[in-house]
Write a protein that binds this ligand. Structure first.
Ligand code: UDX
Length: 492
């Protein structure tokens, strides 16, 4: 099938490359001249595992690039809209890019075509797109508008597309539904996985995707509800981790006890500094706006967002609890992206936390395997230095902070890190490291919802009287934590 994909962001680029991979002829359209030229010249503008390989495999063959939308739409049987839907003033999705694509392709629809919405959009968007097409002269019988939400995660987007757990087709007519079924047939009947040249999933076992056909409205809701539910799971476990901190329980044990209930499961139950990224924060506020417009006050979503915001504060308090004052401290930081495996720093909790640390007077030396250049665009201060390795970030630092869950951080040489640090202190916002291992390495280790690892004689001076009464007071820690200036007495 000939398919035009409009928008070469994360979703459009991955969908375009993967649709070419499963056998379609794809024209990827972007009106941003710089992006278009970069793609034509062989660049891969985002850090996404396996995407450069797929682009190289299909570029100039089954995948071509264009900056002429109407022309591309005219040449294709289906047009996928994958443009941005950024938040507008009250949290609702700004659909002006979607609308302008619909206006621009209308003149190209002179035979039956399916227009497919892949951008995350509120209910009724398919109806609106159809209306715009008809208002701009498209004959009613020549177009169907379908919602086909995408569930790609950054960092694993290619495997998510080619080995999906489900494919949702929200079509209001059988004709449109059959076009979408034809597009995804190689994944649903498994013929793609029999091909010798297929992209090989790193795991050996997988199940064929479940095809779910719904109305367009239901499909639009499925996307928002899925993201809101996942965000809710994360906020839930973060709230439980906070209680663990208060009562001295261990979130790893609690998580195991909860997650082993098959009805709950372990996935998306990892506590940390909260979710970020281009989807959850934006989609939650858009979903809340959708509910508000219907007259329903979906307060649960507000609470999910509130808990998420509090996580950053909680982490900062942990840093202060471990280091006392921040003014003049030099901190090594691991991670800038909103999660491991991507260079995306949008709504990254790491970025907010680094900005707060600098604002409190600390200097930061940060290392991220992929996100440094994007980080520089949003975090500029002469008190932030970008390191080229974990060890450079750690060297001479008063403490090391872990803010993103990159595998590279998990597998670093922490005895070397300990020797490079000025003081052997690690504050792990992602629970990446094992407290036992840190104890064995004599590293003071603080994480989220797990008991602190610290030598007995370095009890927490802010803990309750009964808790510390057995231990020497903070003063015994003088050699490592001597205040550096008078300012440092100003604990917030
Ligand atoms: C998400 C959805 O998972 C995906 O289906 C949708 O298409 C787009 O939005 P993505 O934003 O790429 O994908 O990231 P995801 O892996 O979902 O993680 C989102 C955030 O939650 C990250 O900041 C991550 O670090 C955090 N997270 C995730 C946790 O804090 N704990 C968890 O257990 C899981």
């Amino acid at each position: 099938m000939r398919i035009a994909v409009v928008g070469s962001g994360y979703v459009g680029l991955v969908a375009g490359a993967c649709l070419a991979e499963i056998g379609h002829d794809v024209i990827l359209v972007d009106n941003n001249q710089a992006k278009y030229l970069a793609l034509v010249s062989g660049e891969c503008p985002i850090h996404e595992q396996y995407l450069p390989d797929l682009l190289d495999k299909h570029r100039g063959r089954r995948l071509i690039f264009s900056n002429k939308l109407a022309q591309a739409a005219a040449a294709c049987d289906a047009v996928i809209i994958a443009v941005g839907t950024p938040p507008a003033s009250h949290g609702e999705a700004d659909l002006s890019y979607v609308e302008s694509v619909a206006r621009e392709i209308a003149s190209s629809i002179d035979r039956y075509k399916v227009v497919i919405g892949k951008s995350t959009v509120p209910v009724y968007t398919s109806d609106w797109v159809r209306r715009v097409l008809l208002l701009n002269g498209v004959r009613e019988d020549l177009v169907d508008v379908v919602s086909n939400p995408e569930f790609l995660r950054e960092g694993t987007a290619v495997t998510d597309f080619l080995y999906p757990d489900r494919i949702v087709i929200g079509a209001n007519t059988p004709r449109a539904c059959s076009v979408l079924e034809e597009i995804y047939r190689p994944l649903v009947d498994g013929s793609y996985y029999e091909r010798e040249d297929r992209f090989r999933f790193p795991l050996s076992e997988f199940r064929l995707a479940k095809l779910i056909t719904t109305t367009a409205k239901s499909a639009e809701l499925i996307k928002y509800a899925s993201n809101a539910f996942l965000a809710m799971k994360i906020s839930f476990i973060n709230a439980v981790a906070t209680i663990c901190d208060f009562v001295g329980a261990d979130i790893d044990e609690v998580r195991e006890g909860i997650g082993s209930d098959e009805r709950i499961g372990y996935k998306f139950l990892n506590p940390g500094i909260g979710y970020g990224g281009s989807c959850f924060p934006k989609d939650l506020s858009a979903y809340h706006a959708v509910a508000r417009e219907c007259g329903y006050d979906f307060r649960l979503l507000e609470e999910v967002v509130e808990i998420n915001n509090q996580q950053r504060e909680r982490f900062l308090r942990k840093v202060q609890k471990a280091l006392w004052t921040l003014n003049g401290k030099r901190l090594g930081v691991l991670g800038l992206s909103f999660k491991g495996g991507t260079d995306d720093v949008r709504e990254s909790p790491a970025v907010t936390i680094i900005a707060s640390l600098v604002q409190k007077g600390a200097t930061v030396c940060v290392y991220d395997p992929a996100a440094a250049s994007r980080g520089r665009e949003v975090l500029s201060s002469d008190r932030i230095r970008y390191a080229k390795s974990i060890y450079e970030a750690a060297e001479g630092a008063d403490a090391l902070l872990i803010l993103t869950d990159w595998d590279e951080f998990r597998h670093a040489d922490y005895s070397l890190v300990r020797d490079l640090l000025k003081y052997p202190i690690i504050i792990d916002g992602r629970n990446l490291l094992s407290p036992e291992k840190m104890r064995a390495l004599s590293i003071m280790y603080f994480s989220m919802g797990r008991p602190d690892v610290r030598p007995l004689h370095m009890a927490d001076p802010t803990a309750s009287r009964t808790e510390v009464s057995q231990e020497p007071i903070y003063g015994t820690y003088q050699p490592a934590m001597e205040p550096e200036s008078d300012d440092s007495a100003l604990v917030e």
